[in-house]
Design a protein around this ligand. Structure first.
Ligand code: PMP
Length: 445
């Protein structure tokens, strides 16, 4: 998928490095007495009286079959069957970090796509969607009152997360090339003395939600450099990585790029299967330094114990039957699907919104982020989209999200996020015409 990675000696940050990055809560958490002994159950010849696992012979399920499309020929379906040991594992409690077979598969995927080899001081944990892991990661790293760097506009799903953990969200400006590293540098260089600097930066580098933008290579490199200079961890939330419309990801991930750094271990990466396999199956995975992932696992061990074994078994069965090549073909098809949707949407925008809105064309993901021109005065483009979108557009029969919900401080903005993943051509045209009528009415008012 991605160009070949150079193999070179990796200097990884020592485990002790992360003690400054763990929250008090994470440090105080005690490992689960039972779960930490789980691996010993696999010792040959051992008789385990350890876990309170229910006896699977009492479970009513005897086999599980599902049909899946072939990645090569989506018109063709194959029946996949989960039975025997695979089913037993899927029906039973399992390791906190995830099902071993699935973790192994995902390790192989990360090696192919990000050049990260196993046994180099990093690991993977599976979560109930990436949201689950992002929340646990943040809770493992920040204390109340800490400052965190968030790209702005930012994925609305993390604003309440940081808020509930009583963090001070420092907005870092973005543009069509991703995070503006110059404003990030200014923030960090002008950081008030005596105030602890932020420990994390949250960013969505491909097809950002909400802006649709993809961070360029140069920006990524600058952000990584700043992470080392100012000692913060990059939370790379990349659910749209596989929704890049080109043939291969155009830019390496932060997780891949940090291999070029003098030392490795400042990136905690989140992947999601929601946009490429199923959102309801709730599988995401985090890849990063052992110390941070172990803290996430300890949270899991005390909250939901583990991600569903059965959904992991289903996902593994499917991925294993496809192989990495099948996965690549499938994800390329999904991204081509969204590229076509993007084109349909943009055609309608050009037709109906010329002069009434401004936007940059997304290269990945499923969102257009556009600025309403609510007046013709010199300040055209300023204003507040909230009432226009929430009330007037809704009354005309179109629903979109006012940009303010993506700004941690909730200020007024003329921007709007429109998702183009679900609509057919006819509905797109109607929706954009309704937006046009809304903007014209607002300008006339
Ligand atoms: N991060 C971003 C940027 C998202 O857009 C989403 C889904 N809307 C998530 C995380 C959560 O995804 P998941 O289904 O994997 O929990």
């Amino acid at each position: 998928m991605l160009q070949a990675f150079k193999s070179k000696h990796i200097k990884r940050l020592p485990d002790g490095f992360y003690s400054d990055f763990l929250s008090n809560l994470a440090k105080e958490r005690k490992p689960s007495a039972i779960r930490s002994l789980f691996p010993l159950e696999k010792t040959p010849g051992l008789i385990s009286l350890l876990a309170g696992k229910p006896n699977a012979s009492t479970f009513p399920f005897t086999s599980l079959s599902f049909n899946a499309r072939s990645p090569i020929n989506p018109g063709e379906e194959t029946t996949l069957n989960i039975s025997g040991d695979e089913l037993a594992q899927g029906l039973q409690y399992g390791d906190t970090a995830g099902l071993k077979s699935l973790l192994d598969w995902l390790h192989g995927l990360q090696e192919r796509n990000h050049g990260r080899k196993v046994d180099e001081g990093w690991k993977i944990s599976v979560g109930s969607g990436s949201q689950d892991l992002i929340y646990k990661a943040v809770a493992a790293m920040v204390n109340p009152g800490d400052s965190v760097l968030v790209e702005s506009p930012v994925y609305a799903g993390v604003i309440p997360m940081f808020h509930s953990l009583h963090c001070n969200q420092i907005e870092v400006d973005t543009d069509s090339q991703g995070i503006q590293s110059s404003s990030l540098r200014t923030i960090l260089e002008q950081w008030p003395e005596g105030t602890p600097k932020p420990k994390v930066l949250y960013t969505v580098p491909y097809g950002c939600n909400p802006t649709g933008m993809t961070a360029t290579l140069e920006r990524r490199k600058e952000v990584l450099k700043l992470a080392r200079e100012h000692n913060f961890i990059i939370l790379e939330d990349d659910p749209y990585f596989y929704l890049y419309y080109g043939k291969a990801p155009r830019y390496p991930s932060y997780f891949a790029l940090e291999l070029e750094e003098p030392d490795v271990g400042r990136v905690l990466r989140f992947d999601s299967l929601s946009k490429i396999l199923s959102a309801g199956i709730r599988i995401g995975f985090a890849s990063g330094p052992d110390a941070l992932l172990n803290a996430i696992d300890q949270h899991t061990a005390t909250s939901n114990l583990q991600t569903s074994s059965l959904t992991q078994a289903i996902v593994f069965k499917l991925l294993d039957s496809w192989g990495y090549e099948g996965f690549k073909i499938h994800t390329e098809r999904v991204s081509a699907f969204y590229a076509a949707k993007r084109d349909v949407f943009e055609r309608a925008m050009n037709k109906h919104l010329a002069g009434l809105a401004e936007w940059s064309t997304p290269e990945a993901g499923m969102f257009f982020w556009f600025k309403l021109r609510l007046s013709d005065n010199a300040d055209a483009g300023s204003g507040d989209s909230e009432a226009v979108i929430k009330t007037q557009a809704f009354e005309k029969g179109v629903l979109a999200l006012p940009g303010t919900v993506f700004l941690p401080n909730g200020r007024a903005t003329p921007y709007v996020r429109a998702s183009f993943s679900l609509l057919g051509e006819e509905d797109v045209d109607k929706a954009i015409q309704r937006l046009r009528d809304t903007i014209l009415d607002a300008r006339a008012a």
